[in-house]
Design a protein around this ligand. Sequence first.
Ligand code: ZN
Ligand code: ZN
Length: 271
Amino acid sequence: MAEAQPNKRRGGHAYGRRHMQMSNTAEEGELCIYSGHSLGRFSSHSMRFDSHQACVRCVSSAREGMLSFDIDRLLKKYRSKALKFWSQVDIGQPDECWNWEGVVNPRTKQPQFAWRRPGISTSTQHHPQRVAMWFTWGDLGFTGVKTTCGNKYCCNPFHLIPQHVGVFVDQDSYMESFELACQLHTLKQQVAEYVIEEAIKEEQKRDETAEIEARAALLMNPDTLFGDRFEAVMTDMLAGKHISQTEPEDPGLFRAPTDNEENDENPTNEF
Ligand SMILES: [Zn+2]
Ligand SMILES: [Zn+2]
């Protein structure tokens, strides 16, 4: 995976600094992906340690050894991102390795997950272990993460230890935690539902393509009678999906309302 470019902050290279000790000074930074971690209710900033851009509140819960699978703790706009991520992980038993089943860079053989996180890193691809850390241990910026199992494809947060945070890890209590077991069960259900919903969306897209192709074939065929042609055009126009009513960027030639709710590019637009 290409290393991140240095960001504007002093100290240089983002990922190059992951081995550094966490600083004890914090500054106003990008909004944390967890709800309730902004500076104030209407603020679009969170306090982050200036060395690693780790959210101060996430660091303190990680230091207490807290981790969570509850995606409802995330800001609404990151929940589908989390589901997308977990749908590519083979979530097994808490003591097993959970292997990454998503994209592996063909050149570097490194597993990767696409996510634009301006202010945290200029890289658009992240190691799934770091992403798994963000979604369980907290939004710890580019804090390093090490595995206890040595498996570079493993995304089981029980095998991932954030580095230089002073994290307290109590494996026995995690394995016995009823709350974590419930959260994990819920997450698996949510991922299963997400996978089905995505499959339905894909199917609908394919259906539309078939419909468009059938319509094009009818109109392009010189043997089509004028009456049929006229009817097809009028039907499309009344439904607002005639070729002259579509916009060039529309992928399926069908108008769809623009969803402004999900804006991954600009996480500061939350409020
Ligand atoms: Zn946070
Ligand atoms: Zn593992």
